[in-house]
Ligand binder design. Structure first.
Ligand SMILES: C[S@@+](CC[C@H](N)C(=O)[O-])C[C@H]1O[C@@H](n2cnc3c(N)ncnc32)[C@H](O)[C@@H]1O
Length: 235
C-alpha cells in the first residue's frame, strides 16, 4: 500500500508513540471510507498517545476529542501542544462505558486497535457509543482480528500467545455483533490492506519488548491474522 499521507510524519515521533500496529497507516486506510470535512467533531475512542487524532486533525482539519483510559489527558495535551495542535485536539481521560459526552454530539467516531478491549459484548454499541453520534453520522473501527473464527479451539501453535479474552474475531463475527444494534446500519466490514506493514512497523521497533507478538505472528502463524475494519452509519 502507498501511504502517501502517513509517510510524511516523523518516523521517530511515530515510533515513540505507537502502542500497536502502526495506527497512522491504519487511520490513513480507514479514513478512505469516511467523509471528513473541516470543522467536524470526531471522537477518537481509545486514542492511546493520539497518533490517529493528530493525523485526523492535520489531514482533514476536524476537531478531535482524543479519549483514552491508559494515557492521561495531561500526557496527551503536552504531546498535542508540542506540535501546535492543542486547539484542534481535546484530550479526555475516560473509560469507554462512561463517556462524558452529550448524545448526538459527534459527526464521526473512530477507534483504532482499541474497540476489542471494551466493545466485544452485545449492547456496548447501542448503549455507549452509537447514542453519542449524530443521526447520519459515521462510526468506523479497526481491530486486530483473525481470518476465521477458531471454532475448534485456539490452534496449538498459538496457545502460548493467544487467549479468548483477547477478543480476536473474524469480519463476520464483528458484522453479526454490530448488526444486532438497531441504532446503526453496517456499511462495510472487511480485512484491511495495511495489515502486514502496520504490524511490521510495530514489531521492528524495540524488538526485545515484543517477543510474544513477534512469535505470535512469525512465519505461517501470520496467516491466521488480519486487521478488521467496520464502518456503520448512525440511524
Ligand atoms: C493498543 S492501544 C492502541 C492505542 C491507539 N489507538 C493506537 O492505535 O496507537 C489500546 C488503547 O485502548 C484504550 N482502552 C482500553 N480499554 C479501554 C477502556 N475500557 N476505555 C477507554 N479506553 C480503553 C487504552 O487506553 C489504550 O490506549
Amino acid at each position: 500500500m502507498n501511504f502517501i499521507k502517513s509517510n510524511h510524519y516523523d518516523i521517530n515521533f511515530v515510533k515513540e508513540n505507537m502502542m500497536g500496529p502502526n495506527s497512522m497507516k491504519t487511520i490513513e486506510e480507514l479514513s478512505e471510507s469516511l467523509y471528513l470535512e473541516r470543522g467536524m467533531r470526531v471522537l477518537d475512542l481509545g486514542c492511546g498517545k493520539g497518533l490517529t487524532s493528530i493525523f485526523l486533525a492535520k489531514e482533514y482539519g476536524v476537531t478531535v476529542f482524543a479519549t483514552d483510559l491508559w494515557i492521561s489527558a495531561t500526557d496527551n495535551y503536552n504531546r498535542f501542544k508540542g506540535i501546535g495542535l492543542e486547539d484542534k485536539i481535546i484530550p479526555i481521560h475516560a473509560e469507554a462505558h462512561n463517556l462524558p459526552f452529550a448524545h448526538e454530539f459527534f459527526d464521526v467516531a473512530v477507534s483504532i486497535d482499541a474497540y476489542h478491549y471494551f466493545g466485544a459484548k452485545e449492547g456496548y454499541l447501542s448503549e455507549h457509543l452509537a447514542p453519542l453520534i449524530k443521526k447520519g453520522g459515521q462510526i468506523a473501527v479497526s481491530i486486530p482480528g483473525i481470518k476465521h473464527e477458531f471454532t475448534n479451539g485456539i490452534p496449538t501453535e498459538l496457545l502460548p500467545y493467544c487467549s479468548y479474552d483477547m477478543n480476536f474475531h473474524s469480519c463476520n463475527w464483528w458484522r453479526d455483533l454490530w448488526e444486532k444494534s438497531d441504532l446503526v446500519s453496517v456499511q462495510e466490514c472487511k480485512e484491511m490492506r495495511c495489515f502486514k506493514e502496520a504490524w511490521q512497523d510495530w514489531l521492528s521497533y524495540d524488538k526485545d519488548s515484543k517477543e510474544d507478538d513477534i512469535k505470535m505472528l512469525e512465519g505461517k502463524n501470520a496467516d491466521y491474522f488480519n486487521l478488521v475494519s467496520i464502518k456503520a452509519i448512525r440511524l
